[in-house]
Design a protein around this ligand. Sequence first.
Ligand code: LLP
Length: 418
Amino acid sequence: MREYDTKDGVMLIGGVPATDIAEEFGTPVYVTDADLVRENYRSIHGAFNRHLPTRVHYACKANTNLAVLRLLQKEGSHIDAVSIGEVLTCVKARFDPGKILYTGTNVTDSEMEALLEAGCRINVDSESQLERLARITTDVPLSFRVTPGVASGHGAKVMTGGKGSKFGIPMDRIVGCYARANELGFRVDGLHAHTGSGGNSIEPFIDVAYVLCDLANEIEDKVGIKLDWIDIGGGFGVPYRPHEPALDLDELAIAVTNVVKEESSVGELAIEPGRYVVCDTTVLLARCVDVKDAGPKKYVGVDAGMNTLMRPSLYDSYHHVALANKMHRACVAKYDVVGQICESGDILARDRVLPDPRAGDLLAVYCAGAYSFSMSNEYNSRPRCAEVMVIDGRAELTRAAEPIEDLWRHQTIPEALG
Ligand code: LLP
């Protein structure tokens, strides 16, 4: 987990006091430090590309803020997208559609038509999808997603690569898909797998590299297709807790690229990090509204909640918290940090020591750049909050807080109801 600089006890984000940002843009607000996004992108790209030509397909489901996307586009990133909405958002951020690899699941014909129209590449997830795509066109390059029989991740809800998963084509049928695609007249040049998200060990990456190399060799032997690239997916975990060790990216990259070089003749690797690129670049700032002593428990109530940041409620995920206006002060008691949503599960952080929290203090939730704003919602009719980027020492609004009117903008009352 990244530590933040402070000045006079106030957290600095890209050099700007968090308290000034909260004052100027209101709370809750997600604040991203642009330099950290660049730094993360360069570090993961460099770790692999030093050893084997590697494309980074940023998994934009983690964070589709247009400013973040534009920044990554300028870095030369490619994209992993899962919906036509993500594809068009990336095009809006000026990504070349040819750099977008779409890996959807249960993809409809109309979505495939829209994807082809947008000009992105399609990574096929099932045999039915292949046949349905062939009815639309065969004049596109293709790749397939295999279920590699390797699962990883921070919890069962985010493991995708195990045998029997809903994602990808089972291993024993994947070679047949390449033969069928050949027969249909497609040009097939790659093979993809994704084991899961947020794991903290390097073994699954090595295991999946072996699986993909073996399959690439088998495809070449049996079908005569020589693949140009394999894609090991994303899932690079990051530390969410203070002092938690980080994944050894250099060791991981060396191990994976060695497998690819030794076990196959594939010349290019693709990786799909989402969390790694954006997670620790962003904090969520929320205002402390109420402090309650409820007997066995003490609560700090803030103006954000499971609507703003779902991960703690949904996955029991740990996000570090601190009072951004009282950094490094001695902590006296433990609190649960809770939100405004009418559910007892609306807890952002459990049993945290905080320095005498008071109404008006500013809470910072760390590691809120990945799957945080992108999973936020309007539950309890609370519109989505603002996003800010600190760039070149200046805090700029990149997404305004949604106005209340947005709640009913797309609703209509049937005439019969008057
Ligand atoms: N590639 C594919 C095909 C994926 O499905 C995913 C994530 C990624 C890449 C990127 O994985 P990453 O590098 O970010 O771990 N909402 C959950 C995470 C869901 C991940 C879904 N797929 C969370 O908040 O932890």
